[in-house]
Design a protein around this ligand. Structure first.
Ligand code: NIG
Ligand code: FE
Length: 428
């Protein structure tokens, strides 16, 4: 398939980006992309590729912009129930951590999730993944974390494995048994951390070998936060997981700085996520490492808070910065990474180009897949978006409407808009 006559092809060629290079999109004007068997074979000017491949089936982009599909580097898509009543409480003045300490928050979603049937969980999760995919997220990092017993966490992994198998999206699965302290372990977070580190990890590993045949181990993540796991408990679990060979992720600095970011970097985590309360020393350490810092601006937005990750400082220091969606029922029920991108432009002060790199090639790095996803280069997987606009700068600038026209996943097209009008802007 030859996709041609794209106003702009954003190639994002050249790997994950730091510093000033974050905003370099590698744009080919009047561009084309040649796809075969789910991979990208060539990228270049339309005239050149049309002449070189006259017999190839064609998809005329009709002046729309083409870019790599989004990689959503952080989501919690598998849960039952909702927290609309809790949102109302927060609007009346209760804080997120107060609600959690009172047995609500994550724990209320845990109760609803444990009570749900496997069919219900699968159907609700599938609907969320469909909405994410239709907004351009063709690869989605997806965490368990609303079970909080080994058995119920494995049930959530089973739902995620089945939905990954089904597609068309692709999931990067993460085990987040250390998301909160379940009611059975109230005031015994240390016991829960030890139980998880000593007993669950070996069982998880052998369960994975028999249920996810051939797949590399999932990511292992911990919520290091006041009211969740302290630094010592986080270290205990992360070190045990690392010893078992799990790649690591950490939720750190969402509200309070407990040292989780420094620990994530020390242990070589693939990413450390949230970073609202990151210190200047940790920004320097992040910049000197290959750990990706994932900012999640939909979370403070969803909580109506005013503090966001210091993204400009991270970029200036030379850190690898990605932006993720953090879909979850408590802080950010948002399935549109395009909306998150608009927040990144306003609250993290990124340009549209920087926000696009942070949700494609750098987000791919956050899930260890930058060699395969996140850019349009020969040999890479054919995951791309045909936007409904001609100038990429409409992304981030506009918000609340879906600007994706067609998602290509592994070379197969999934139309989002079935009508055929001209794109709504011309590049300048
Ligand atoms: O990333 N911080 C922990 N996890 C989610 C919130 C989960 C919830 O409130 O249900 C987050 O914001
Ligand atoms: Fe999260």
């Amino acid at each position: 398939m030859l996709i041609h006559s794209a106003s702009q092809v954003l190639t994002l060629a050249g790997g994950p980006r730091r510093g000033d290079a974050l905003g370099e999109l590698g744009i080919i004007e009047d561009g084309a992309v040649l796809l075969r068997e789910g991979r990208i074979v060539a990228v270049g000017p339309s005239a050149k590729l049309l002449a070189a491949h006259p017999d190839e089936p064609r998809h005329d982009a009709r002046g729309r912009a083409v870019m790599p599909a989004f990689v959503d580097a952080h989501s919690h898509p598998v849960w039952a129930g909702d927290r609309a009543a809790e949102f109302e409480l927060r609007q009346q003045g209760k804080s997120y951590l107060e609600v959690l300490a009172a047995g609500g928050g994550i724990l209320s979603t845990v109760r609803a999730t444990r009570a749900a049937t496997a069919e219900q969980l699968r159907a609700e999760t599938e609907a969320r993944l469909q909405r994410m995919f239709a907004h351009g997220s063709a690869t989605i990092e997806a965490k368990s974390g609303y079970g909080l017993s080994l058995e119920s966490e494995l049930r959530l992994l089973e739902v995620l494995l089945a939905l990954d198998e089904q597609g068309p999206w692709e999931l990067a699965i993460t085990f987040l048994g250390a998301h909160a302290i379940p009611a059975e372990f109230k005031d015994r977070a240390g016991d829960y951390a030890q139980e998880l580190a000593r007993n669950w990890l070996p069982e998880l590993k052998s369960w994975w070998a028999s249920h996810a045949a051939g797949r590399p181990l999932p990511f292992f993540d911990v919520f290091c936060e006041t009211g969740a796991f302290d630094l010592a408990q986080t270290r205990l679990m992360l070190e045990a997981a690392k010893n078992h060979g799990f790649p690591l992720k950490v939720h750190a600095d969402e509200f309070d700085n407990l040292g989780g970011t420094a620990l994530a970097i020390e242990l070589g985590a693939a990413s450390v996520d949230h970073l609202v309360a990151i210190s200047d020393d940790e920004i320097a350490a992040l910049a000197a490492s290959d750990t990706v810092g994932v900012a999640l601006p939909a979370t403070p937005f969803g909580l109506a808070e005013t503090h966001y990750a210091p993204a400009r400082k991270i970029i200036a220091a030379g850190g690898l910065l990605a932006v993720g969606g953090d879909l979850n029922p408590g802080t950010a029920w948002c399935e549109s990474l395009q909306f998150t991108l608009a927040l990144a432009c306003r609250q993290l002060k990124l340009t549209q180009a920087e926000a696009i790199a942070a949700t494609t090639i750098n987000a791919a790095a956050a899930i260890g897949a930058a060699g395969r996803l996140g850019s349009l280069e020969p040999g890479k997987q054919a995951d791309l978006l045909i936007l409904d606009v001609a100038d990429y700068r409409q992304l981030g600038y506009r918000f609340g409407t879906n600007l994706v026209h067609t998602v290509y996943k592994k070379g197969a097209p999934y139309p989002v808009h079935s009508w055929q009008h001209e794109p709504s802007s011309k590049p300048v």
